[in-house]
Each structure stands twice: as structure tokens, then as C-alpha cells.
Design a binder for this molecule. Sequence first.
Ligand SMILES: [Zn+2]
Ligand SMILES: [Zn+2]
Length: 791
Amino acid sequence: MTPRYEPHEIEQKWQRVWEDEGAFHVPNPVPGAPTAENHWYQLEMLPYPSGPSLHMGHVLNYTMGDVQTHVRRRSGWHVVRPMGWDAFGLPAENAAIREGRHPRETIERNIETMRAQMKRLGWAIDWDREVAAHQPTFYRWTQWLFQQFVAHDLCYRREGLVNWCPNDQTVIANEYVVDGRCERCGAEVELRNMTQWYMRTTAYADELLEYPDAEWPERTKAIQRNWIGRSEGAEILFRVDETGDDVAVFTTRADTLHGATFFVLAPEHPFVAAHASEEAQEYARHAGTRPVEERAAATKKTGVFTGLHAVNPIDGEKLPIWVADYVLMDYGTGAIMAVPAHDERDGEFAETFSLPTKIVIDEDGKLVNSGRFDGLPAEEGARAIVAALEEQGRGRSTVNYRLRDWSVSRQRYWGCPIPFIHCEKCGVVPVPEDELPVILPDIEDYAPKGRPPLAANEEYMNVDCPQCGGAARRDPDTMDTFVDSSWYFLRYIDSHNDEAPFDRFVVDYWLPVSQYIGGIDHSTGHLLYSRFFVKAMNDWGMVGFREPFARVFHQGWVQLGGLKMSKTRGNVEGPDEIVDAYGADAVRLYILFMGPADQDMEWTADGVEGIVRFLRRLWRVVHEVAESAPAPGATEGALARKANETIARVTDDVLRRFQFHTPIAALMELVNELSGSADAPDARFAAETAVSLIQPYAPHVAEELWTALGHERLWEAPWPEADESQLLRETFELVVQVNGRVRDRFEVDAGLSEEELVARARASERVQSYLDGGEPRKTIVVPRKLVNFVT
Ligand SMILES: [Zn+2]
Ligand SMILES: [Zn+2]
């Protein structure tokens, strides 16, 4: 008699077993002892515990990571898979304000709930490594690291313009301003002049453009490169005729310097507030708050003449200085020489305000109307002009970056306290190391007011200066929560260490992270900051690697009724009700079955019910086989062949192709065939294979069925290996062309990589005679079809 499939009973039972056994606890290597050759650090971006529940996007992410973890573990890899909580920061604090509670209360309750949900889904997590950013045992080291950055001149204080969210009442980093709006709440961002701590991310700008040890999606690298925005050009000094001040411009077109007919400052340029006319200042106050993207793209140009003039250093020409919002402070110096004849936007501006235009590059790309530089080709002309300016001390060639240093001070309560003290006599003094952590005090009124809530807490603020012993004040700001997430993945590795943030030996063993899974929306923020942190720590000798994440994968969005399932959309459906209805195994299978994991997908009730039917069929047929074929059966035959093919497919899809939906389809085919011939001599082999292969996706039901088949501890059983001799080799006819003409064709294995296809094609004697011993200039590969050599 086949027992009923009762997912809730089975799931609770096995979760208890794993917990009691410490099944997914993974010890660190010990110095001197032999270490595993194959080790794997599986990491998914840690959740913000700001919501009361996990959402389905988390379920997708962590189930993907779980499948990787199980398949690697069972394939003989030493796999670490930790979890933690991005507990500080705005989302958490805003959630607490909405609830009218203290953030710690809200956050710790949410962590409890989310942890329980994770356990209910049966994810193989090493909970012994758990960290939360708001715990003093964690933020002690965030503070310690902050002081290291300051000591190495990679973190500093300065006054400058910052993005201010009027709704969240705090500064936000450039990386989290989207289209001029706060990424968190959507409010239009204002500019304010404030003294802030900055991380000197620009110190690594050039290196951040390269990814020597990291296989990242091209799209993500392109987003980061674009954000860093490196361009080579020249910095040229213009003197303001009326005031005698020098204002620098950055240009990539020094060749057009003689064509400058006016000069433009961004509304935020400090010179405007200092010297421009009242009318220009009034304009700047309004224009500066318009969203940057909108300003850059606006077709209708606006601006105001300041009443001042800038002297062109190459010919002494006096250019009227305008303030206009099409010039952005975050590119170059926030000031430009306008060359309407050779720049489209300058041209539009000149037309709007009837300003003169002067052509200085002719149709042949040579300089004209440029005095002694006439006749030079543009590039040479640019070099000659910069050299001439350099002699007068009015210019130099330089590299400009769009990237700006990362502002990390926040005027909010719920964050890591900044471990510095301000003394009138001694300046800014670090809190002595043995006094760390500076504990975030419990305060009652933490609502945002535009000034840091901690500033009102006299008990916290008043402190003796560690240097002179005189009365001093603490820094009332807290750190951007992205400081916490820039290093959490290092702390996971050594989360109980109370002597140091982590031990270099264990971190060097596990890192770089083998596979990181998380949203592409963090490309210019978290993923860039973490790289900056690791490069700095490598320079200080704290870690032996320069890139934190060897591989990155971005999941798609889980949609419900065509809408993204997310908190801001208000249509969050957490996993609880779905697990209640169908069981964790069904949810895990379905979330990965919906489609390619890097594309958006639609959750439907019909879909998950289809998966439940599949699990019941598997349950029935495996029990049938267990009863009718108790002994080990044949390992050859049609079913065994199908089983072997399924092993090869599932393994390749998960480990090499990072595809999670196609293995489920393959398993469904296998179970279908098995259902039709459960009495075949090789049915037992096929049933065992199906159960073994489904384990990473549906670990509970797999464990139960494994027991029914008379085995134990599937979570530790070796991952099945396909018997090559039983694989039906799929082949195709490869066409080989030289310069587009067919020169040979022959059968090849469909599993060959592109490099192998090219090698086979080149090995053909007929092809070699056409290549005539030379190297092809270009090789074009059309997968499963042809190789074309272009000579
Ligand atoms: Zn905001
Ligand atoms: Zn002092």
C-alpha cells in the first residue's frame, strides 16, 4: 500500500533531522591540516529585514543558491553557504516608524519570522555563521574598518554638495539617486551643502574598470564602466575677468578651444553662489533641483547670463559666463567652454540665446580660425594646444571620471555609529580601538528631523577627547548601510571572531565568492563598493585577493498578475500561504520551473498545481517500484539510458549553464517514462536516479522516497554520474567555410564547445589547404551549424 503524500509531515520531519544532525554546518579549514581542493562559496545577497516576511523574489534567489549548494556538495565540493541580515538603514527604520515601534524591535521580530520561513523552505544554510549588521559584535568591526579607511586616507571629511532626500531627511549616495529621485522613496532629491564623510572610491577608479579575476555578466560590467565614466582630455583654466578667479573646465575637445564663444557654469557650481548676479542665483536655486537626467535630455535650453566674463587662455577672448542647467556638476568640473559650432547642446543653447558661433574644424578634420594651430589635424591640434597651455600654466592633459567619492554620513538614527570624536583643540579624533564598539544608544525620539537624532542625546554626544582629555562631542551621524554590506561576506567566514573582523587564512581559503546571486539594481552601488573595499583591504594585507565576487548572476523579477512582486508595489505575497497550501518542495520546484532564472517570470496558481501533480506522480511510481523491485535491478535498457541522459543534462544545466528550469523538465520526462513501465528490469535504477536528481530542488520528498527505496542520507550521497557508454550521443553536421565558401562538412558531437568546434574545423586537411598555412583574421562560429574562417 502506497502511503499518502503529506508534504507538511515529511517536511517537518526532515527539517528536524537536518537540524539535529547539523547537516549543513560547514567547518572552516584549520591551518596546517589538508584543505579541500574544490571549495565553493555560495552567496546570495542578504535580505533587508524591513518587511514582515520574505517575498517571492527571495524565494527564487535562495532556492537557486540552494540547488547549487546541494549539487556541489554532493559532487565532492567543500561548500559554504551562509546567511545574514542587512538590518541597519533606511528601509528598516522607515518600517519601524510606520509601525510606531523601535527599529530594533521591528527588525528583530522580522528576522525571527524570516529565519523561520527560511527553515520552513528547507534551505541548506549554515546558521552557525549568521550575522546581522545591527549587532554590536558585527558593527564593532564595521567601525574598526571605517577607522582603517580613514587611517589610509581612503575616507575623509569635507564640505560639499550632497543629495538630500526631503522625505527621508537624510543624505543619499549618488549611486542611489535614480533620475533625480531617491531610490528608496521616490522623492525628488535636493542639493545641500554639508560636511560629510566620504569613501575615496575614486582612488581605485582605473582598477575598478577591469575585471581580471572575475567572470561577470557583460551587461553589469558595462553599467559599472559607464558609471565610472573614464575619459581622457584636458583641464584648462579660464580667468574670470571681473574677479580674477580661475575656473577650471574639463574638455575632451581641446582642439576646438578657439571656437569657444561663451562659458557655462552648472547651477550648483560654487562660483555661482559666490559671485553671480542675483538673477542668476535665483535661476540656479530652481534649476539645480531638477532631476539630472531630465536636465541632460531637455531639448528646450534655459539659462541666465551672470554679468561676468571668462578669458580664453589661448587667445585672450572674453567669453560671457552663463548659468545653465544643461551643464551638470557631476561631470567634469561643472564648468564648460561652449563651442556651439562643434557641440550639439552648446549649439542649441547658442541658438536659443542668439550667441555667436565660430567654426574651427574644417571638413577635412583640420584646425581653422585657430591662429598658429591652423592646418593641424584635430588630434595633433589638441595636443599642441594643451602643450602651449601647459607652458603658461593654464592647462594640462588629464583623465576625468564620472565617478565621485561615496558620501557615507547619514543624518538618521538606525545605523552604525561613526567612531570619531570632534574636539575643538585636536580636531577629528578616532575613538580608541579598545573602546569599540561605540554602542548605538536606545533613544525614544528617533524620527527624522533634518538633523541627526543622536545630536539631541547629550549623554551620547558629550565625551572626553581621547587625545587631550578635554570636553568633546561624538559624531552624531551614522553610516550608510551600504558600508555594512561592503564587507558582510567576509564576516560570514569568521563570524565568531572577537579579535579581528576575520582571520586572513580562512578568508583566503573561501574567497573570492564562487557564485554571487542578486539583483542587477545593485550594479553601481553595492557591487562597486564591495570591490572598492576588497581592493583596499588587499592593499593593507588583510586579504589575499583583489576581487570579492568571482561570478555574478542576476535573477529576473517574479511577477504576479504582470506586476513585479515587491514591497513598493504593495502586492507582496510571502511564501507562507503558498507553503501552507502546497508544501515547501512544490514551492521550491515551481519557483525555478517558471522560466530562465535571469528573466522575469509570472507566478500562477495553475502552474504550482501542475508541480504538485508531478510530485504526486513521482511519489506513486517510486513507491510502486520500491515494492515490486526490492533488489537492485538492471542498469541497462531504455529506462536506464533515459536516466543516464537525465543525469548528464541536469548536471550540465545546473553546474555549467546555470539553468534551473530545464533540469525540472528533464526530470518530468524521466518520471513520465518510468510511470509507463514501472515493472521494467531497469525501473529501479531509473527511480533511484530520479529521486537522487530531484533532491537539490525538493529535498524533503526526495529524502523520504530515498528511504522508501531502502537507502539513507541522500543529502550526503554522491551526486550521480552518467554512464557515458549509455548516452545516445547527439551529433550534427558541421559545415566549415573559408571566406564564406563551404570547404568541408563532417559529423561532430553536439556537446562540443565553440573552441573545440574551431579546433576540429582547423584540423580538416581540406580547410588547411584553403587557409594556406596562414592565420584567419576572424573566425565566426554559428552554434550547431558552421565555422567560417575569414582570411
Ligand atoms: Zn527618500
Ligand atoms: Zn582634544
